[in-house]
Ligand binder design. Structure first.
Ligand code: DC
Length: 223
């Protein structure tokens, strides 16, 4: 069922950022569904660029060449289920450091955000760079240990052989790359609400996010 903010037709504009495996995708999807809003997982754009570059044999560190691939990205590239995989995430994080890549992807994200109903976008720099005007900004986080545990369990459930310690090292490396890059580093916007999910179930995190959204939009109308 859809939650609505009453008394207003103001678009509901929600930016959700946070590090890898903090649960922001799951949360953003549920929020979008609950409020009847279109949802864009912006990580998919970087994942698609990383995958296309990797498949073309392009050096992921070559900003010009990878930037060219980003400029030619088409929406049907985003449907590939392999983009959700672990390797695609690593490639994405490497190509996302290039200003040329980021610049090529800005317009698509801003056009999506400008939909008249409002929208939910999740990523790393939505509240800070892509959509500073979003009315609701949530920065979802969890300790690296909790995120690595969740990711390990997820991969084990899919039948993959993984070690917690290796995943933890990867989570830390990805955090360092995403937060340490010069352009649009991962960090909470000054006006973002911090949501630490370390000790929360998905349901609790969802409820907490709805409380933030309802109060930021100036009222609530629970269903
Ligand atoms: O959210 P994700 O795990 O799908 O993102 C994969 C990588 O893409 C992430 O490590 C950094 C990059 N990314 C980014 O730089 N900016 C975004 N708005 C979304 C993702």
């Amino acid at each position: 069922m859809t939650r609505t903010t009453m008394t207003t037709t103001t678009p509901i504009t929600i930016a959700i950022d946070g590090p890898a495996a903090a649960g922001k995708g799951t949360l953003a999807k549920r929020v979008a569904e609950a409020y009847g809003l279109p949802y864009l997982d912006t990580g998919l754009l970087y994942r698609a660029v990383g995958k296309l570059a990797h498949e073309a044999g392009t050096d992921l560190g070559d900003a010009e060449k990878v930037g060219e691939i980003a400029r030619r990205l088409a929406t049907d590239h985003l449907d590939d289920p392999a983009l959700r995989g672990h390797e695609a995430g690593e490639h994405a994080s490497r190509v996302a450091v290039h200003p040329q890549v980021r610049a090529a992807l800005v317009k698509f994200q801003r056009d999506f955000a400008a939909r008249p109903t409002g929208a939910v976008l999740d990523g790393r720099d939505i509240g800070t760079v892509i959509w500073p005007e979003a009315r609701v900004k949530i920065f979802v986080t969890a300790s690296p240990e909790v995120r690595a545990r969740r990711r390990t369990d997820e991969l084990l459930a899919k039948g993959r052989e993984v070690e917690y310690e290796r995943i933890l090292a990867e989570v830390r490396a990805r955090d360092a790359r995403d937060s340490g890059r010069e352009v649009a580093p991962l960090r909470p916007a000054l006006d973002a609400h911090l949501l630490d999910t370390s000790e929360l179930t998905i349901e609790m995190a969802f409820r907490a996010a709805c409380d933030v959204i309802d109060s930021s939009m100036g009222g609530r109308n629970d269903v």
